[in-house]
Design a binder for this molecule. Structure first.
Ligand SMILES: Cc1cc2nc3c(=O)[nH]c(=O)nc-3n(C[C@H](O)[C@H](O)[C@H](O)COP(=O)(O)OP(=O)(O)OC[C@H]3O[C@@H](n4cnc5c(N)ncnc54)[C@H](O)[C@@H]3O)c2cc1C
Length: 609
């Protein structure tokens, strides 16, 4: 029998992040995970980052986690999403080689001396003699702390048409044997559901009729210590095609065969990750939906058609797939399916992600009702750090929701019983002008410093913060005047003397390029990610100030009367929020604030009315 300080059950995205962080505190850490399932494997979309999620990956990176590092190593296409929108909502997205991502994770974790990887199924967990005893099919281990990260495996059940099998994902078993352990923990009454599309043979597709989306060589890597835009692997393109009237007709004609709509699946799916059946039946007038054809890896023969996850019978999947431009001759390598699984009620957890009623037992990832690799990794990091700090009898590590997406997610999770899978997006954050990708190091700096780990990440963060502070102060003072060579060379017209910071706020100028040009002009060599952060922070400073006043106003508005009927007809409030408001019909702002699932951005709209 081995003794561990921390045992992580599950080697997915939450599990490896938890174990990696815990190992930094020189503790004896174990990961117990199912045989045959690679570490950090990607059962769904082969990508890391995206809207709201890119911010999380940068936060994880600034706090010393590994998701960003792995994404850079396995990245085969880099893009910035929302590039035409404001900087606050721009997010990096990396298409990954899913096989290599998992291999790199295995390599990186195996090299850490104080992490032991155990491939065995956990069948029971008990608490006795002030420690946890974890029983696998062959062995038993003791540990001071447990971090449960079992993803979609709790009573997992897979559906394709009328065929159902037990499992956490295709070709794996489920975690039914943990039922007695979970009987003492409240699970959400509704089961949750997620799904995945068919995988297609990459040589059976006509790419010539689709729109190519090449990798952007200028995109900054996720990991701060990697050179700005170098790439580890060969870069390849994704392709865009669309569904059409025939596609959607086929799906609509087969509604009674859809497990999601014929009553076979009872679980609730993620509203913001709808299957193609959801799109067909819920929006009967809409036939054109984007389908992104994404490679799954350099050496894999499959592509992932994003946007059309389905659990329809196999023959119906083939029919609708072959109606899509470019997919007429596609060959299916693996059919799409849906998985139903149990999740715990996260209102039982505290900010450390520890179960209040069973100290020392932490939960992170999809078992907490979230969806997505990044959300899982962010929670794993919080649980891993806090389990370690508890053992070391140090203060807890709690991220504030005003300064991080991870903080928003954790507060949302522990404040409400989730009634559907939770995923992050920028509208969940009331402070999104200040909580951006570019300033993740600044935002995470005080938190990371409080860990006293003092490694290369801390050195990088110190330099970032020091240069940022010195330069932002100097551009407030440094002046440019009409006729200055820098302005003439860059064809910038100004009417009077201005500080550089005033110049960056001019609406006609790109603040990032202007600051870069200015720095070249004065001969100062500043890392691009720092000058970018300074330019955006300066550009937004007025709005940020206003936004924080607005936020303070929200806090004092509880007594304000609200006209709920006006809210449900407002164009600025999402459909989901309108549905929830209409159900409760709140009379005051205070009542409105308590409605489950109402987004902070909606409250901000109401406060401004
Ligand atoms: C079919 C499917 C579709 C998905 N679709 C999407 C999507 O469209 N968008 C999206 O963002 N996310 C999607 N996801 C979710 C995404 O895969 C997860 O959010 C992410 O992997 C969660 O990470 P995790 O670490 O919580 O769990 P996982 O990555 O699932 O890892 C769980 C780990 O627990 C281990 N485990 C389970 N039970 C035991 C046990 N008893 N003993 C030992 N080890 C155990 C498993 O081996 C596994 O390593 C999908 C997942 C599936 C399965």
């Amino acid at each position: 029998m081995s003794n561990f300080d921390i045992l992580v059950v599950g080697g997915g995205h939450a599990g490896i992040e938890a174990a990696y962080l815990a190992s930094q505190f020189d503790l004896n850490v174990g990961i117990i995970t199912l045989p045959g399932v690679g570490l950090a494997s990607a059962p769904c979309n082969p990508s890391i980052g995206g809207v709201g999620k890119g911010q999380v990956v940068r936060e994880i990176d600034a706090l010393g986690g590994i998701t960003g590092k792995l994404a850079d190593m396995a990245g085969i296409q880099f893009r910035v999403l929302n590039e035409s929108k404001g900087y606050a909502v721009q997010s990096t997205r990396v298409q990954i080689d899913k096989e290599k991502y998992s291999e790199f994770a295995e390599e990186l974790i195996s090299e850490i001396n104080n992490i032991t990887i155990i491939r065995e199924k956990v069948i029971a967990i008990e608490f006795e003699d002030n420690q946890y005893s974890v029983r696998g099919e062959c062995s038993t281990w003791n540990s001071k702390k447990i971090i449960m990260t079992v993803g979609t495996f709790l009573n997992g059940k897979l559906h394709t048409g009328s065929t159902t099998t037990e499992g956490g994902r295709s070709d794996t078993e489920s975690s039914n044997s943990l039922a007695s352990f979970f009987s003492s923990i409240k699970t959400v009454s509704a089961r949750f559901k997620t799904g995945t599309p068919a995988r297609l043979n990459k040589d059976s597709i006509d790419y010539a009729v689709m729109t190519e989306q090449p990798s952007d060589s200028t995109v900054r890597n996720f990991h701060c210590l990697n050179t700005y835009n170098t790439r580890n692997l060969k870069q390849i393109s994704c392709y865009l095609t669309r569904t059409n009237e025939t596609t959607m007709e086929i799906i609509r004609e087969n509604k009674e065969k859809s497990p999601m709509f014929n009553g076979q699946i009872k679980g609730v799916g993620a509203r913001y990750c709808p299957s193609i059946e959801d799109k067909a039946y819920r929006y009967p007038d809409k036939n054109i939906h984007h389908v992104f054809v994404e490679p799954e890896g350099l050496d894999l023969n499959t592509v992932y058609p994003s946007g059309i996850s389905s659990s329809l019978p196999e023959e119906v999947q083939v029919d609708f797939l072959r109606s899509i431009t470019g997919l007429e001759k596609c060959h299916v390598e693996q059919y799409g399916y849906a998985v139903e699984y149990d999740v715990i009620d996260t209102t039982q957890l505290n900010y450390k992600l520890e179960l209040e009623s069973m100290p020392g037992l932490f939960f992170a990832g999809q078992v907490n009702g979230t969806s997505g690799y990044e959300e899982a990794a962010g929670q794993g990091l919080i649980a891993g750090i806090n389990a370690s700090l508890d053992i070391l009898e140090r203060d807890s590590f709690i991220l504030n929701r005003n300064s991080s997406y991870i903080g928003v997610m954790i507060e949302d999770l522990i404040s409400n019983t989730r009634d559907e899978p939770y995923r992050l997006f920028t509208a969940r954050n009331e402070n999104r002008l200040s909580v951006r990708e570019d300033n993740a190091v600044l935002r995470m700096y005080p938190y990371r410093t409080s860990l006293y780990l003092n490694d290369a990440i801390d050195h990088y963060n110190d330099v970032f913060v020091n240069v940022f502070e010195a330069l932002i102060e100097s551009i407030e003072k440094n002046v440019v005047k009409p006729g200055d060579r820098f302005l003439v060379d860059n064809k910038i017209k100004i009417a009077k003397r201005s500080t550089v910071s005033e110049l960056l706020k001019m609406s006609s100028l790109d603040p990032i390029k202007t600051l870069e040009d200015y720095l070249v002009f004065i001969g100062l060599d500043v890392p691009r990610e720092i000058s970018r952060c300074i330019a955006i922070t300066t550009k937004y400073s007025g709005y940020i100030e206003k936004a924080s006043q607005h936020y303070e106003k929200i806090r004092s508005l509880d007594k304000k009367k609200v006209d709920w009927s006006r809210l449900v007809s407002s164009e600025n409030i999402s459909f989901e929020c309108k549905q929830r408001i209409e159900k409760i019909k709140p009379e005051t702002f205070g009542q409105l604030k308590l409605i489950d699932g109402l987004r902070p951005a909606t409250l901000a709209v109401v406060a401004g009315m």
